[in-house]
Design a protein around this ligand. Sequence first.
Ligand SMILES: Nc1nc2c(ncn2[C@@H]2O[C@H](COP(=O)(O)OP(=O)(O)OP(=O)(O)O)[C@@H](O)[C@H]2O)c(=O)[nH]1
Length: 263
Amino acid sequence: MHFPYLAGSGTSLPGIDRHALSQDARHMLDRLDAEDHPRVMAAIERSARWRIPIATKFRIRLSGRRYRWVALRAQPEDSATGVLWHGLMIDITEQMAEEARLRKLSDTDDLTGLANRRRLMSRLDEEIARSNRHGSPLSLMLIDLDHFKRVNDTWGHLQGDQVLAEFATLCHDLLREEDVIGRLGGEEFAVVLPLTPLVASRPLAERLRSEIADYDFGISSGQLTASIGLAEYRLGEPRDALIERADRSLYAAKRQGRNRVVS
Ligand SMILES: Nc1nc2c(ncn2[C@@H]2O[C@H](COP(=O)(O)OP(=O)(O)OP(=O)(O)O)[C@@H](O)[C@H]2O)c(=O)[nH]1
């Protein structure tokens, strides 16, 4: 492969000699990010074989760990020597960064920095699908802070916000990397625990509960506790059935006096 013709900023691909490209496309292909390489080569091959347009994006490595995102669109046609593509390569690095920023923004709870409800539900769906595929265990933990209204009433809403943020950090530190903790809203949180059966999530929830009760949130000790409802996923059941069982456990924990775990 080679680039017989380049115009516009194609003449100034960072660190790539365009004259060398006119002889051999490898000067650019060698700089494809390793993760993108097989996908891009497969797209080129498909386009060549079936004469269908290419539309793909990839990263070009620069020096160090830097890279640029490039969008490629090209139309193949027969030529005397094989396949000739006419197309465009556009630097979309800024758009990709902006997209990532917006995605993070729309997935994140402002106050706590945790996953928001939308993100949490989508992760739960993914883990349910995985569990159904492999038969692997999965637990869901619902956490609701006890008498949080009193915290607001006594210390003010701003302090209440601060407590919620600290609570999020505490939980985050106590959980594993693959556990997904999110804020469902208000003072209610949820944790998706992949590969975790009830026998393992129960002691974890107990530990979390006792750490919360012992933690000094700066609102005089012993003032903040949490009730936790637990449920293990049953293969094949819909997501809402799992949530409902965890919710019933949480409700039972509240009814039985709060500051406890019910599964
Ligand atoms: N500071 C702060 N308070 C919040 C936020 N979201 C919800 N709350 C408060 O959380 C409290 C929830 O009150 P309730 O649902 O009555 O529950 P509770 O007082 O925690 O009592 P139980 O759950 O029954 O133990 C309300 O006072 C809300 O105003 C928030 O983002 N920041």
